[in-house]
Design a binder for this molecule. Sequence first.
Ligand SMILES: [Zn+2]
Length: 140
Amino acid sequence: MDNIKQKVSYLKGLMEGMEIKSDSKDGKIFGAIVGILEEVADEIEELHVAQEELEEYLEDMDEDLSDLEEEFYEEDEEEDFDPDEDYVEVVCSDCGDTVCFEADILDDEDLIEVTCPNCDAVVFINDEDLHEEKSEKEDL
Ligand SMILES: [Zn+2]
């Protein structure tokens, strides 16, 4: 930034050195150009300062967000270690793949069909019979 201002100052110095009269035709044009350059340099400097402030602000926000994320995911991890959470494995009768699903759906009121990710065959339906069979294990 100082660089542009230095160059404008240098240009002004050159003009004075060339003894261009400020009220001559050339002098008026050069004077106007230098004036515009000075304004542009000032505005760029202001923008630069404003941008630095914004960058600082964003960095602070980024740090705050990271802290929040850490807190959030720590809590989430604790939930994942819930010992009550159980998984059920079923072997697909069509392709023999083992299909894993959360035992939670056994307690679900809605009818849920678990399909094999390999061949799309239905490997499990949480209907009454299966529900009772599994609930014994869950009472432990
Ligand atoms: Zn299958």
